[in-house]
Design a binder for this molecule. Structure first.
Ligand SMILES: [Zn+2]
Length: 372
């Protein structure tokens, strides 16, 4: 397999000053490659039909599952293994955070994902929280903020007249690929199940049915999200570009593919890019709706997530060590706040639970399972 294809690895090198190596696609395939910006790659084919696919990854730098999927697909497009029937855009997100995460000795997941007070490269903003309507009006000084503007304008160029726009339909199916912290196993969330793999899930923006049908083999859970208020990249493409969009959380950062379902998503994309339907799973994904954001309010003492056995105000037991994702409310979980507690009821769970966030920030999101 050729190594000189436009992978996220090469995008990182290019961002740091090297040139993208020259490579040639097999001309008989009809597939054309264009680098719109560093780390924004467009593959088109005259035989392509349907919505344009957009795959994005490493918005937080250290989430390798998405980068690996995108690199393999680009490699297979370049060497002709994939016979392209859908136009596809690849977006490599926070290239400098990815470089830091890959090149710092003894770095742990989370160390370099976006936040750094003392890094010369200026990786100091969360690249997946810069996409609200208000955010888009701001001139960010941070690397992540500048990168967001570059990516947004490159996508706009593709869809509105630059590049090969005549061949790219102005409709998008956007998969933004992430990984999370300490995702539970499927059997732990579903209770009655024996599945030992991780509870791979996605936040969907007005496209619940599409992902439930098309990606049942990949996702254990799908969480409804409101594009109107979303801060995320996929929320932005859903809101501003009318994309069918998902923020995918492919298991726990650093875990191997067979646990995270990343290989199943790779297989699904191989099928889709060649104009086929992905596999259908026997068990459809669980579906969830948001109930309430848990905010770390000022002046709250002992802010933490607890398993509270009886009276929540007693906060029995020791705090659950953060960050964890998809805490299930097998036991009652209580989180102190000024006017009492957030209580997690049976059938609910907490997403992105992190009691270490800055005061005023979201420390988690309470969700509830929808009827099947
Ligand atoms: Zn992420």
């Amino acid at each position: 397999m050729s190594s000189n294809y436009p992978s996220s690895h090469w995008s990182i090198q290019k961002e740091l000053g090297s040139n993208l190596p020259k490579f040639d696609l097999d001309p008989s395939s009809g597939t054309k490659f264009e680098e719109i910006e560093t780390g924004v790659h467009l593959f088109t084919n005259p035989n392509a039909t349907g919505q344009t696919i957009m795959l994005s990854g490493i918005l937080h730098g250290d989430e390798d599952a998405g980068a690996n999927i995108m690199d393999k697909l680009r490699s297979e497009l370049c060497d002709g293994t994939i016979d392209l029937k859908r136009n596809v855009i690849f977006v490599d997100g926070n290239l400098r955070a990815a470089h830091e995460a890959r090149n710092t000795k003894d770095s742990k997941p989370g160390d370099h994902r976006y936040y750094s007070k003392d890094k010369p490269l200026g990786i100091e903003a969360n690249a997946n929280r810069l996409w609200t309507i208000d955010d888009l009006k701001k001139e960010y000084e941070s690397y992540a903020g500048k990168r967001r503007r570059i990516i947004a304008s490159a996508i706009n160029d593709i869809l509105s007249g630059g590049a090969d726009a005549s061949e790219v339909r102005a409709t998008l199916e956007h998969h933004d690929l992430h990984q999370s912290f300490k995702v539970p196993k499927v059997k732990d969330v579903r209770g009655n199940h024996t599945d030992d793999s991780e509870y791979t899930y996605g936040m969907v923006y007005d496209s619940l049915q599409f992902f439930k049908e098309q990606f049942s083999s990949v996702y254990a859970g799908l969480v409804l999200s409101d594009p109107a208020t979303a801060q995320t990249f996929a929320g932005y493409t859903a809101r501003e570009l009318n994309a069918t969009a998902i923020t995918a959380e492919l298991g726990t950062i650093g875990h191997p593919d067979h646990l995270t379902y990343a290989d199943k998503l790779l297989d699904a994309f191989r099928q889709i890019l060649q104009g086929m339907e992905p596999a259908v799973a026997q068990t459809p994904p669980d579906t969830w709706k948001p109930i309430e954001a848990i905010i770390r309010k000022p002046g709250v003492e002992n802010f933490a997530f607890y398993n509270a056995d009886q009276a929540p105000e007693l906060l029995i037991g020791k705090p659950i060590e953060p960050p964890v994702d998809f805490i299930e409310a097998k036991n009652l979980i209580a989180i102190p706040r000024q006017d009492g507690h957030y209580l997690i009821q049976p059938g609910q769970a907490v997403l992105f639970a992190n009691d270490q966030v800055t005061t005023g920030d979201r420390a988690g999101l309470i969700i509830e399972k929808l009827a099947a």
